[in-house]
Design a protein around this ligand. Structure first.
Ligand code: C2G
Length: 135
């Protein structure tokens, strides 16, 4: 029973998020996802998410490849989250490469390649541009 854990905001859910979660699930038998709270997202990205935490929680919870979700309140609590969830493997996209190696003492840390040319930011920009072109 290998427990895989990953973390993210998962705002304006897109295929890059889905591919990360599906690949993470393939590494174990259970996938737990820590979803950044609205407050944490503001701290991390200096902006409010488009979808609030309850909406993002509902979307991720509904995915077939996800077994459990919880709200990630702080980046500094990651060791607690890993221990409390008895995680065997921490999976993150490779934009985080090296950032979580300190947890190698309690679980395997694997960085997966990000899906190219898609991001929440780029999706929001496209919507904004389309809106302007309709004006
Ligand atoms: N991701 C991806 N491909 C993309 C975009 C995102 O693989 N095109 C991955 C990211 O690498 C991350 C996950 O999807 O592993 C969630 O991405 P974000 O919602 O942007 O999460 P982030 O802000 O990186 O939060 O404690 C860690 C943080 O909470 C991670």
């Amino acid at each position: 029973m290998k427990k895989v854990i990953t973390f993210g905001t998962f705002d304006v859910f897109h295929i890059g998020h889905l591919f990360l979660l599906k690949r993470a699930k393939q590494l174990g038998s259970q996938l737990i996802v820590g979803i950044s709270s609205d407050t944490l997202n503001l701290k991390k990205k200096n902006k409010h998410p488009i979808y609030c935490q309850d909406e993002r929680l509902a979307i991720i919870r509904s995915l077939k490849c996800v077994d459990e979700v919880f709200i990630e309140e702080s980046l500094e609590m990651k060791r607690n989250y890993l221990i409390n969830n008895k995680a065997d493997i921490l999976v993150m996209g490779d934009d985080w490469t090296g950032k979580f190696d300190e947890f190698n003492d309690i679980c395997r840390v694997i960085y997966l390649e990000r899906t190219p040319s898609i991001s929440t930011t780029s999706i929001i920009e496209v919507i904004k541009m389309k809106k302007i072109s309709f004006l």
